[in-house]
Design a protein around this ligand. Structure first.
Ligand code: AMP
Ligand code: GLY
Length: 428
């Protein structure tokens, strides 16, 4: 089968790496790709916003499956257009992608289906939003309703910060995404990322993972897309997985069917494990980045039959095996990220890592120019190790990182710290 993969991040490099190992694959095409993905398939230059161009390419090249990595093409209806052209696709329709595209849409589903989540209000004008903040008090969470590249969430410590965030969003800080605001209670607990494949009928939970969202060590500093992740996440016990499936995932899949927009793809629940149990922070309609990197590293089974079964609605026939090991990935980002950063500086030393065992380097914001790898984004590389313990996976990842020479990059030195603390405790 020929497969077309859409995306350019570390998440898509990890998917490409895994798909390229499938005995079912003939040719993997990738667009737009990055500086590392040419090792897994053929890079194309198709404008992903031009759905007709993608459809024509698929028809001319007998594409048996399109895998859509990021949320933007999903929210803009690429899966719907591929379905109309009878091209099998892994990824939800635009109406189902509203689970990520509109935070208010998801919160209303939680309310209607009794899904545990933070209490909330939806607002389209500043004065009623501020009245709500005055009534609820601080700390409080202010969110732009739409897609804001992970930046549309403000954790306000004071009422003044909350009001400032409301004014910023309504004066256009996030464009159209900020036409509506969702205001939420602050949930307290440990976060976990939970992934489920679903074809709208069957739900197949994947391995668990935990992300480090803050830019600096000790989980301090601004929120980012994610500075590192590991899998499995010890916080997600079997019992919590079962509760999450029953109280969060299954009611959501039912809600989407009831609304006439069945969800087909990977549903990514951002959870807060509170004293009351798992509560939903938000949904994403795609794999997490960098969580996908550690999931792919641990997935023993061929991924292609599972992706195809989601597209064909035959997921009941699939089971997946996971390696009984820990995977851990460290993100190397450009200095300045998540604010402004430089592009175009050279990254050296990657060839040394190719020879290291139990290590994969997934590229994100890189380009290859005359056999050099140059930085081309905020999050640039994902150095991923696998080992018998989180500590071993971490040691391998940092040993590999020490081979990389890139003066304009930085990374956190403490990825995995919570799980390592638990490991140390259980050894004593
Ligand atoms: P989101 O984009 O909605 O996942 O939010 C980004 C991050 O903000 C989450 O991963 C949490 O760390 C934090 N966050 C969002 N909503 C809440 C909430 N209601 N309570 C506590 N933290 C939150
Ligand atoms: N790692 C968080 C995300 O993919 O949204």
């Amino acid at each position: 089968m020929n497969i077309l993969l859409i995306g350019a991040g570390g998440r898509e490099h990890a998917l490409a790496w895994k798909i390229s190992q499938s005995p079912l694959l003939e040719t993997l095409y990738i667009t737009p790709g990055n500086g590392g993905m040419d090792q897994c398939g053929t890079i194309l230059e198709i404008d992903t916003a031009n759905h007709q161009e993608i459809i024509s390419f698929c028809q001319q090249n007998s594409i048996g499956l399109v895998v859509i990595g990021p949320e933007a093409p999903l929210v803009s209806g690429l899966a719907d257009d591929l379905a109309k052209a009878d091209i099998p696709c892994f990824g939800p329709s635009a109406s189902a992608a509203a689970l990520e595209g509109s935070k208010g849409f998801t919160k209303d589903i939680c309310r209607d289906y009794n899904i545990p989540t933070a209490s909330y209000g939806r607002f389209t004008d500043a004065s009623s939003a501020k009245d709500y903040v005055a009534k609820e008090g601080a700390p409080i969470v202010i969110k732009a309703d739409g897609l804001a590249a992970g930046k549309g969430v403000i954790m306000a410590e004071t009422i003044e910060q909350a009001n400032e965030a409301i004014d910023n969003i309504f004066s256009g800080a996030f464009g159209e995404a900020g036409a509506e605001i969702v205001i939420e209670e602050t949930l307290i607990g440990e976060e976990a990322s939970f992934f489920v494949l679903t074809d709208g009928k069957t739900c197949l939970p994947l391995a668990t993972a935990q992300d480090h969202k803050r830019a600096y060590e000790g989980d301090e500093g601004p929120n980012t897309g994610g500075m590192g992740a590991y899998s499995p996440a010890p916080v997600m016990t079997e019992e919590l997985i079962e509760t999450t499936m029953k109280t969060i995932i299954e009611p959501t899949v039912k809600a989407m069917n009831d609304k006439g927009c069945p969800f087909k793809g990977v549903l990514y629940a951002g959870l807060m494990i509170t004293e009351k149990g798992p509560e939903l922070i938000e949904y994403n309609v795609r794999f997490g980045d960098p969580e996908c990197q550690v999931l792919m590293m641990r997935l023993q089974s061929d991924i292609v039959p599972a992706l195809k079964a989601v597209a064909n609605e035959t997921l009941d026939q699939i089971s997946l095996e996971w390696k009984n090991e820990y995977a851990l990935t460290v993100v190397m980002a450009a200095k300045g990220y998540p604010a402004a950063y430089q592009k175009g500086t050279e990254i050296e030393g990657l060839a040394n890592i190719n020879r290291m065992e139990d290590i994969e380097v997934f590229h994100a914001g890189t380009i290859r120019k005359n056999d050099k790898i140059l930085a081309n984004g905020g999050r640039v590389l994902n150095v991923t190790g696998i080992g018998k313990t989180v500590m071993e996976a971490q040691q391998k990842a940092y040993a590999a990182l020490s081979q990389i020479r890139w003066n304009d990059g930085f990374y956190r030195n403490d990825i995995g710290w919570r799980a390592i603390l638990l490991e140390r405790k259980s050894q004593n």
